[in-house]
Design a binder for this molecule. Structure first.
Ligand SMILES: NC(=O)c1ccc[n+]([C@@H]2O[C@H](COP(=O)([O-])OP(=O)(O)OC[C@H]3O[C@@H](n4cnc5c(N)ncnc54)[C@H](OP(=O)(O)O)[C@@H]3O)[C@@H](O)[C@H]2O)c1
Length: 270
């Protein structure tokens, strides 16, 4: 049967690339994000290639929207046995000195990041993994970050939320061993995506530096010397979804371009 893949944050950046790549790998793809217009674009791109896709409004911080999305897709989803592959890709990244919790905005930056980057994936897993376990087959890929493995200045909230996701995934994968459902981590360094455009914009605003110079600086920060491409992330996610390895952590260090090169990826046990 054609597997159904749910990809969060599928409206742009790596999520859009992952959705397209999984459709090319034969999945019917549920493209999810808060902005419906953006996920319609991704679903349309998949359909233009002859694939099957749906666009749904889903806010990872609001579990009621998970059920709304599922209800919207019935009976198509039920006929296909529900969600087989879940890619937790949606994420946010804001910067602030570690002692500033958001006094200016009234929003606690730590809570905000944890809600989206950690509790979002956890709640989606809690929503969809039980059916996978019942079926004895499922693939869960969590897109964390190098920020789940190390620290970066002015990114304490983002880094803490990604560390939480990494730690959680390590435990869950260990519990899933041998049950037919796998859970793996993808940890890219700086990615060539709209999120990084935002980072560049913020640095430019603060420092007055040249945008191209800032982008080149971020690329140099990556161990591979260039930004990770969204297609590279999509390729790794497709390999994890299509295979049966569990508890892997794939670190994407940049410098691979679009050509498969195992040396630019580090596959290791989570
Ligand atoms: N960019 C990097 O350098 C980098 C590096 C390592 C890891 N990552 C991780 O890779 C993932 C994708 O990043 P990206 O660079 O592609 O980011 P992006 O270009 O900013 O895209 C983020 C996507 O997530 C969606 N999203 C955000 N909040 C959401 C929510 N509450 N519910 C549902 N969807 C939500 C956005 O759509 P809406 O706003 O319409 O909801 C958008 O489609 C993230 O988890 C990020 O942390 C990024």
């Amino acid at each position: 049967m054609q597997p159904v893949a749910l990809v969060t944050g599928a409206g742009r950046g790596s999520g859009a690339a992952i959705a397209l790549r999984l459709a090319r790998a034969g999945a019917a793809v549920v493209c999810a994000a808060r902005s419906l217009e953006s996920v319609h674009d991704t679903a349309d791109a998949i359909k233009a290639e002859g694939g099957l896709a749906w666009a749904v409004h889903l806010d990872v911080t609001d579990p009621a929207t998970y059920d709304d999305a599922v209800a919207e897709l019935e009976p198509e989803l039920e006929r296909r046995g529900g969600v087989w592959w879940l890619v937790n890709n949606a994420g946010i990244a804001e910067t602030a000195p570690f002692l500033r919790h958001g006094r200016e905005t009234g929003v606690d930056i730590y809570e905000k990041h944890l809600r989206t980057n950690f509790h979002g994936p956890r709640r989606l897993i809690e929503r969809f993994a039980p059916a996978m376990l019942e079926r004895g087959h499922g693939r869960i890929v969590n897109v964390a970050s190098s920020a789940g493995l190390r620290g970066y200045p002015y990114a304490a909230a983002y880094v803490a939320s990604k560390h939480a996701l990494v730690g959680y995934t390590r435990c869950a994968a260990a519990e899933l061993e041998g049950k037919g459902v796998t859970m793996n981590l993808v940890c890219p360094h700086y990615v060539d995506s709209p999120m990084t455009d935002g980072t560049v914009g913020r640095i430019v605003k603060k420092t007055g530096r040249d945008p191209a110079e800032v982008r080149a600086f971020l690329a140099k920060e990556n161990p591979g010397g260039s930004l990770v491409s969204c297609e590279e992330i999509a390729d790794v996610v497709a390999r994890l979804a299509g295979g049966d390895r569990n508890g892997m952590l794939v670190e994407l260090v940049g410098g691979r371009g679009l050509i498969p090169d195992q040396e630019a990826e580090q596959w290791r046990t989570a």
